[in-house]
Ligand binder design. Sequence first.
Ligand code: ATP
Ligand code: MG
Length: 139
Amino acid sequence: MASNRTFTMVKPDAVAAGHTGAIIDQIIKSGFKLVAMKYLFLSPEKAGQFYAVHSERPFYKDLVAFMSSGPIVAAILEKDNAIEDYRKLIGATDPTKAEAGTIRNLFAKSIDANAVHGSDSDENAQIEGSFFFSAFEQF
Ligand code: ATP
Ligand code: MG
């Protein structure tokens, strides 16, 4: 994946609350192009693999349970400066600290049910995107 790409998920809380359409709309209106998108249910095993980088953190078990509690939307996004711009668009991990107008400020309920995921580096965007999508599913 080129460095102008990032990976996102609409997390189970936001999907369940009916915010998928509004979030995808905000992403597109903010200048990101959809390269790939999927609606799916992560098994606890798959969620655990995805967040393996956090396996030593105290919230890991809860995070895995939450991410496998309902369907998610996974997507690869393209834009110049995608990683940084998307982190700016989603806002801080803790929604009470997320800037006004950011996706987490608008749609997240708590630090764990925080509406969306965004990759934190080019390397992780590549790893995370290919966790969900083959080359044939990216346009
Ligand atoms: P994400 O990787 O989902 O985009 P992030 O990069 O803002 O979020 P990370 O530090 O990577 O934050 O944490 C991954 C996820 O783990 C967070 O989105 C959140 O759902 C959960 N998490 C992080 N810190 C805490 C915490 N202190 N308590 C509960 N859950 C947490
Ligand atoms: Mg992260």
